[in-house]
Write a protein that binds this ligand. Structure first.
Ligand code: SIN
Length: 291
């Protein structure tokens, strides 16, 4: 515990209207002390997405910092995409891996909450920007608490009684990935239903939990579900409910998967390197398998 860092003064600078804030005064290169974790968690619950900027980190720094906020997922649900020396880090990169373009170069290309298609949806994620293209490669975030709160009372009542079925094969670009790897990833992650509205365990806030990776609502047909899924995604991603992060190298952006969803944009020259490392904070067991 001796190398834990205390921080003298933590301040915050809002980045977006609906969500997003930069946190200043926290050293991300070492595990934070418990009072720093508490202070950061309070800001995180308030702003949903927080960014620490301008500190170059090594993989072990990221896992040490992230691990102070809770147990880290070893990414066994998507074993092909994790860092070979640090399984607690998922690579999101267009660098070559094993002499081939990385299968993760198109990760996150539709609105989603991390690992919603598993039996342990991610509580939160921390994405570190190692290398960014000269222009673009931005990530957008939507506030799902605000999305829920701005629905009519009747629509909230309907959604409160629904379970949303998640299907990994609806992940954008999944069908273009290595067929053997996708078959195994599909086997590891059968379709699963989670409540369409969830209560955050710490803040008590209710948040919509429906994204572009939902195939249908349990007990309803795909045709019946699709208009509602489309409406909810459009409603949640209205410009006034979104924050768009323009990355700088050294950014560590952290989002709460229970109160946000996000989208990795293709707004950049794909021949330019974009290399990101993600630590994923483990969520609890949830949902039921749907055959
Ligand atoms: C992700 O969806 O976890 C990756 C987001 C990004 O690369 O911007």
């Amino acid at each position: 515990m001796s190398d834990q860092r205390r921080n003298s003064e933590i301040t915050v600078k809002p980045l977006g209207y609906a969500l997003g804030a930069e946190v200043l005064g926290v050293d991300t290169s070492a595990p934070p002390a418990p009072d720093t974790v508490s202070a950061v968690n309070a800001l995180w619950h308030e702003h949903h997405v927080i960014a620490f900027r301008g500190e170059r980190l090594e993989p072990q720094d990221i896992t040490a910092f992230a691990g102070a906020f809770g147990p880290l997922d070893d990414h066994a649900s998507t074993p092909f995409y994790r860092h070979q020396d640090f399984p607690e880090l998922l690579q999101v990169t267009n660098r070559e891996i094993g002499g081939k373009p990385s299968e993760t170069r198109n990760t996150g290309r539709n609105w989603h909450s991390d690992y919603a298609y598993t039996s342990h949806p991610a509580a939160a994620s921390m994405l570190y920007c190692d290398t960014r293209p000269p222009v673009g490669g931005d990530t957008m975030f939507a506030n799902m608490v605000r999305a829920y709160d701005t629905l009519s009372p009747k629509m909230r009542e309907i959604l409160d009684g629904l379970d949303a079925v998640y299907d990994i094969s609806l992940t954008a670009g999944f069908g273009q990935r290595d067929p053997q790897q996708t078959a195994e990833t599909r086997r590891l992650n059968p379709s699963i239903a989670h409540p369409a509205v969830r209560t955050h365990p710490d803040s008590g806030k209710r948040a919509l939990y429906v994204s572009e990776r939902v195939s249908h609502f349990h007990g309803m047909t795909i045709a019946e579900s699709k208009p509602l899924i489309d409406f909810l995604c459009a409603h949640a991603t209205r410009p006034d409910n979104v924050y768009r992060h323009q990355w700088a190298e050294g950014d560590l952006v952290c989002w709460d998967n229970r109160t946000t969803m996000h989208l990795a944009l293709t707004d950049f020259d794909q021949t330019q390197p974009r290399h990101m490392l993600r630590a994923t904070l483990l969520g609890g067991q949830s949902g039921f398998i749907v055959e």
